[in-house]
Design a protein around this ligand. Structure first.
Ligand SMILES: NC(=O)c1ccc[n+]([C@@H]2O[C@H](COP(=O)([O-])OP(=O)(O)OC[C@H]3O[C@@H](n4cnc5c(N)ncnc54)[C@H](O)[C@@H]3O)[C@@H](O)[C@H]2O)c1
Ligand SMILES: Cc1ncc(CO)c(C(=O)O)c1O
Length: 311
């Protein structure tokens, strides 16, 4: 019998919510996607066909009966739900307010999973009437394409929820990674360690953005997509790691704040795709073209990687 919830609710229909809802629905759940904003719901409904096309392209597990309904009526979104996935903006007070609204409407047995990128689960749980039902479920963007989910119990999380959520994740063929609570969790700690060094190399003029992207994509990105970092050390030799890390580690960037050149770009309104300029400049139509290239590339890479054994 599948561990998937028969009915699930996703709260927040921005960047993450629609892909999360579509993934669960394709696997067979009845999913209700809720947002306070009518516009956000309209955008999600309009984009749903594209998301379904992506799931089809990567052969995401499908079962009959699944569906997504879109709406701004919270009671309707919660009727009969077994699992709520919260994906509202990364603000502690907002999430706590949402949890209070949810708890007032559902039974004590309903699981609340939060897609927070790093707010401690234990901190959020303090405001709950049933703190044991809150658990971290960190999807990666785009959620309908990246088949890995971090599961993070807080201090008060009911321990049985960890395995239960891991079984749900496996039911839609994603890889659950169970972690301990730590700022940024595992994925973002590793990503931000890489980004810190990358930004320092750019700021010091050691390499161009194009050169950096090529070096990371073909040097380490390609390799790490097949071999994880621990296996990579076995492949390289621990003695080599010791020899290099003994002089290199102390030279690596260890700044604790965001680089000044990034702050300057933000002050100038250069935020990336959403504002037409960021690390690169984008002309008319460039952003849409780049988004398409990225999705096409991720689909192709996921299909290829799924045929390769875990080494
Ligand atoms: N964007 C990413 O790459 C990414 C990746 C992993 C995790 N996350 C995390 O997922 C969460 C959501 O991120 P996002 O990027 O989708 O945010 P977003 O800002 O794109 O979307 C959030 C949505 O929540 C809605 N919302 C606001 N208040 C609400 C409320 N009270 N009830 C219901 N809906 C409400 C907004 O209208 C908006 O549509 C955050 O915690 C974020 O840190 C984001
Ligand atoms: C730079 C960056 N920061 C945070 C997140 C989400 O937690 C992501 C992502 O891609 O998921 C990211 O790229």
């Amino acid at each position: 019998m599948s561990s998937l919830p028969t009915v699930a609710t996703v709260i927040g229909s921005g960047t993450m919510g629609p892909g999360i809802a579509a993934t669960l629905a394709r696997a067979g759940s009845t999913v209700r996607l809720y947002d306070i904003s009518e516009d956000a719901i309209a955008r999600a409904e309009a984009a749903y066909g594209v998301v379904q096309g992506v799931l089809e392209a990567v052969d995401s597990p499908s079962a009959p009966g699944g569906s997504v309904t879109f709406g701004t009526d919270l009671d309707a979104a919660l009727a009969g739900t077994e699992l709520i996935i919260e994906a509202v903006p990364e603000k502690l007070e907002l999430k706590q307010k949402v949890f209070a609204d949810l708890e007032a409407r559902v039974g004590d047995d309903v699981i609340i999973a939060t897609n927070t990128s790093g707010i401690p689960i234990s901190t959020m749980a303090k405001s709950l009437t049933v703190p044991g039902r809150l658990i971290g479920m960190h999807w990666s963007n785009p959620p309908h394409l990246i088949p890995m989910i971090e599961i993070i119990p807080g201090e008060a999380t009911d321990p049985t929820l960890v395995d239960k959520l891991a079984e749900i994740v496996k039911a839609f063929n994603y890889v659950p990674v169970i972690e301990k609570e730590i700022p940024g969790f595992v994925e973002n700690r590793v990503l931000y360690a890489i980004l810190r060094e990358c930004m320092a190399l750019l700021e010091e003029g050691i390499v161009t953005p194009e050169g950096l992207d090529a070096a990371v994509k073909w040097g380490i990105g390609y390799k790490l997509s097949v071999v994880g970092p621990t296996r990579l050390l076995d492949m390289a030799g621990l003695d080599i790691y010791q020899a290099v890390s003994s002089y290199l580690n102390k030279d690596l960037d260890n700044s604790t704040d965001t680089p000044q050149f990034i702050k300057d770009k933000i002050a100038a309104g250069e935020l990336g795709f959403k504002s037409g300029a960021g690390m690169y400049e984008y002309g008319e139509g460039d952003v849409d073209a780049k988004r398409k290239e990225i999705i096409t590339g991720l689909i192709a890479a996921r299909k290829t990687l799924s045929t390769i054994p875990n080494v």
